[in-house]
Ligand binder design. Structure first.
Ligand code: ASP
Length: 333
């Protein structure tokens, strides 16, 4: 995208576009061309972390066939939920400190329909249960046993999600049982996905097993609409990964979208939200080094951005031209 835009600009600079009133026309043309270029940039899908590459490809099976962003994000993140080797999402996710795999997920569409589940056990696809909450109930969030009961009623199979690998890690952790939930150290945490479809509609989904060895019942930002995910079809969408408590404190994803509504680019909005989190951490003498936060954002024109507190956060971007893993800029290096 950037490349195409630069090409347009340099084309103009070289006089490829010639007009009677060159200065005025050039400026107008640039604006129009950029507008046209951005409007062309749909569909587009963005996901957190390296596993976002495969998830984006999966989502593209919907987006590339003129499907909806809502169907795309659900399908995309389900790929990661089902993968036992991704140890921070869905099946194979690391358990809580009691050895129970409890999952958090949410979904939001272009009409501000929302659904969410928190602390859900035994169901491989919490995002689909969240979608069922959105579509089949008058509510927006179900938790724990109630969420499980609802999922079973909806026909989701009850499964054991604790893989031998995750169980072994938990048993190793039990030796010292040091309660120090760690996030985003190994680059494979929550998957948050936001997409703009061919029809110009935005949707998003977010799903995770949360912090490894967390207290039973702990809920992070990921299933909380406004914190881990937010979509405003007039403006843009954003999703978060990292230390959920810090994201909730500033209602992170909503903040990013709100900043975009005020005219900030996705990148600038993500940066400002991270700056606020840093500021709040500093006020509380929090540990900046051991806290990671990452936001990704997409606006209605198809422009994207991302920002993190610490170095190491990456995200995947797919449009008709390709699917690339990008390193997010960060406040701390
Ligand atoms: N945000 C998730 C949580 O706090 C974890 C993560 O993304 O690393 O549960």
């Amino acid at each position: 995208m950037t490349k195409r835009r630069n090409f347009i600009k340099s084309g103009l600079a070289l006089g490829v576009v010639v007009a009677a009133n060159p200065l005025k026309s050039c400026a107008e043309s640039i604006e129009k061309e950029e507008e046209a270029t951005f409007q062309e940039r749909k569909p587009v899908v963005l996901s957190t972390w390296r596993f976002g590459i495969e998830a984006n490809e999966e989502a593209w099976k919907v987006l590339g066939e003129s499907g909806s962003a809502l169907d795309a994000v659900e399908r995309g993140v389900k790929l990661v939920e089902a993968d036992p080797n991704e140890r921070s999402v869905g099946y194979g996710g690391r358990p809580d400190r009691d050895g129970r795999v409890t999952l958090d997920a949410c979904i939001m569409d272009h009409n501000a329909n929302i659904g969410s589940v928190a602390s859900l056990e035994h169901i491989k696809h919490p995002v689909s249960v969240a979608r069922a909450v959105m579509e089949q109930t008058p509510h927006v969030m179900l938790v724990g046993d109630g969420a499980l009961q609802f999922a079973l009623e909806q026909g989701f199979p009850k499964e054991n999600l604790l893989t031998p690998e995750s169980e072994a890690e938990w048993k190793e952790w039990l030796v010292n049982s040091e309660y120090k939930p760690i996030v985003n150290i190994e680059n494979h945490d929550t998957i948050g996905m936001i997409a703009l479809d061919e029809h110009g509609n935005l949707s998003g989904a977010c799903t995770t097993s949360g912090m490894a060895f967390k207290m039973h019942g702990r809920v992070g930002d990921s299933p909380i609409i406004g914190a881990g995910l937010y979509v405003d079809n007039e403006v843009g969408a954003a999703t978060a990964t990292g230390h959920g408590e810090e994201v909730i404190r500033v209602v992170g994803a909503h903040l990013v979208v709100h900043l975009m509504r005020q005219g900030k680019s996705p990148q600038a909005a993500c940066k400002e939200a991270v700056e606020l989190i840093k500021h709040k951490l500093e006020l509380r003498n929090g540990n900046l080094e051991e806290t990671q936060i990452g936001f990704i954002a997409l606006n209605k024109k198809g422009e994207h951005g991302a920002y993190a507190l610490n170095k190491g956060f990456n995200y995947a971007v797919k449009d008709a031209e390709g699917n690339t893993l990008e390193d997010a800029e960060s406040l701390r290096h």
